[in-house]
Design a protein around this ligand. Sequence first.
Ligand code: 6PG
Length: 254
Amino acid sequence: MPDPTPLTLVHADKALLRQAAGARILSTLSEVLAVQQTAHLSLTGGSMGSAVWEEVAVSPLRRMVDWSRVHFWWSDERFLPAGDADRNAQQVHEAFLRDAEVPPENVHVIGNADQFTDPEEAAAAYAQELRSCAPAGQDYPVFDLTLLGMGPDGHLASLFPGRSEVLVDREDVIAVRDSPKPPPLRVSLTLPLVNRSVRTWFLVAGADKAGAFARMQALARSSPDRQQLTATPASGARGSEQTLYLVTADALPS
Ligand code: 6PG
């Protein structure tokens, strides 16, 4: 029976976490594609967000997946020029997509600072692209798997503690300015749109995450209220059928 209550899976270190997460992605995608024509993935940035794709790129298990049927989306992006090494999509491109058999039209990258005047324009264009791939009768696609990181402050995507964006209660794509994590200009899915996901996995590595992760775990069996959500935005992300916290041992409260 599907259960969105977060399940914490502990890994001895970052190397094991990235290998295990890479294998889990591949086996899950092969299961999804066994029962439906396409799989929609939502990716994130950060060190773990790209590290797992380096593991996928070298895994013999990647042959389990028909990549021509996988769509890649991002839950957030840095508003930087095309090809900038700090762009989340650029990091996955270099880690995996560059050499994978994913049709370019299946890679849905959030707009860059060369294409758009500002992050608001890029956000509006991405919302439109998402809507263009929505199933009949729905406004947006449902992601089969969403990968997220969590910052030491408890942020997810580009939704940061204490910021008004965290509480936006509509499914949308928004601009984020003055981001506390550089670079300052970003584009992010709102939490309700992040939550249009069947499976939501957090990749949490490092002792610097222990405080925020303890707060997130404490809220795992409840629905965070506005104050809790504002303090720890990552606590608000759930998959409709599965939520996994894939963590390293040093990220657990000591
Ligand atoms: C970003 C990411 C951000 C990231 C977390 C965790 O654009 O910066 O989307 O949400 O996932 O900050 O990053 P680490 O895995 O590097 O700690």
